[in-house]
Design a protein around this ligand. Structure first.
Ligand code: SF4
Ligand code: FES
Length: 364
């Protein structure tokens, strides 16, 4: 039985931004259903006991929780390394100071683009980019390490060199160049967001050059997106192998999108211990390891490297969460990705912003 290393605590689904690739589920948890700070405290203590080292305080926008300093204190008391994942648009200096005093270890800030006008359009929040930069400077002034998380797609990938410059200018030690994952809202907006092959090749070359030039100054995490890869990534490091996500209402999930999969009952941590959920729940064990795999995964020599790819992508594209991830060239449904690339080549840049309480119009 592997021990989980990280806990992603989704404190709320509330968020002032409306990104068209939002990875939160289509059915969002309302504020009244959110776990209280004391319950988060119990979960953090159980996580530490289980072997978890890091907690990512995430959302939605975790700063939307007024009791965030109290929740942070519980995580610090549990002995966890604390990382705040934020959009940075609702923070102010006083609230940041409270978190710094509370023992926050690290901040991860998302940006939508390097160009303010485009960034504000993509995030659906006027003035948001300027607020992010202000927040980033306050984080660095407070002495906290900062990671810049740039979510990239067709409409901003050409600015990757400028995004890397921005990370440097803000004093980040690490940058994540994260290609959009296409399920949920992002799947409905895929034709407007999927990059071209030429864009991808240019981005990959940009990252290679920057890694060399900035060695010792900036670490850049970058993975080639599934739609142009021959083999899938080990999503979440494998189902139920490295990480636990806890939804705002207290459901333990193997990944942040798992609630979109049918036929699952995810453990309710109001009534179930984290250890019970991790070790014995059907939800965590169903796709753990290799025993569940169909061919061609079952007899493939990469099955313990990528663990069959992403279950949520398999479901989104084939309707079967147990299918081989179509991102794999060995999947009988790999052609679905080629069709998506063709569709994107003919599409405009119009997309649908994420809205609380509303599902996007059906794709196609
Ligand atoms: Fe991974 Fe399955 Fe493809 Fe092999 S066949 S590379 S295990 S997804
Ligand atoms: Fe759910 Fe990949 S996002 S398994």
């Amino acid at each position: 039985m592997p021990a989980p290393l990280g806990l992603l605590a989704e404190l709320t689904h509330r968020c002032p931004l409306r990104c068209p690739y939002c990875s939160n589920p289509l059915e969002l948890v309302r504020a009244a259903q959110e776990l209280d700070a004391a319950t988060w405290g119990r979960i953090f203590a159980e996580a530490a006991e289980l072997g978890v080292l890091q907690v990512h305080l995430s959302g939605g926008e975790p700063m939307a929780r007024r009791d965030l300093p109290l929740i942070l204190r519980h995580a610090v008391q549990a002995g966890l390394y604390t990382n705040l994942i934020t959009s940075g648009v609702v923070a102010d200096a006083r609230r940041l100071a409270e978190l710094v005093e509370g023992g926050l270890d690290h901040v991860q800030l998302s940006v939508q683009d390097a160009l303010p006008g485009s960034a504000d359009r993509i995030g659906g929040y006027a003035g948001g980019h300027a607020r992010k930069l202000e927040f980033a400077r306050a984080v660095r002034a407070a002495g906290l390490p900062l990671t810049l998380n740039a979510v990239v797609h067709r409409q901003n990938l050409d600015r990757l060199p400028a995004l890397i410059d921005l990370a440097l200018e803000l004093g980040c030690g690490r940058m994540e160049v994260a290609h959009v994952q296409y399920y949920g809202w992002a799947l409905r907006n895929r034709a407007a967001l999927l990059p071209t092959r030429a864009q991808l090749d240019a981005a990959t070359a940009t990252v290679a050059e920057a890694r060399e030039r900035l060695r010792g100054r900036l670490v850049i995490d970058y993975v080639v997106p599934d739609y142009y890869a021959q083999r899938p990534k080990a999503c979440m490091g494998g189902w139920g192998r490295q990480a636990i996500v806890v939804s705002p209402a207290g459901r333990a999930l193997p990944c942040h999108a798992a609630e979109g999969l049918p036929g699952f009952t995810f453990p309710d941590l109001r009534h179930t211990s984290l250890r019970e959920a991790w070790e014995r729940s059907e939800a965590f064990t169903r796709f753990r390891g290799t025993g569940w795999m169909p061919e061609p995964c079952r007899s493939c020599d990469r099955r313990e490297q990528d663990w069959g790819g992403c279950r949520c992508q398999a479901f989104a594209l084939t309707g079967d969460a147990a299918a081989t991830d179509p991102a794999c060239a060995l999947s009988p449904q790999h052609h679905l990705l080629d069709l998506a690339v063709q569709e994107a080549a003919e599409a405009t840049d119009a997309f649908t912003w994420r809205e609380m309480g509303r599902s996007p119009a059906p794709a196609g």
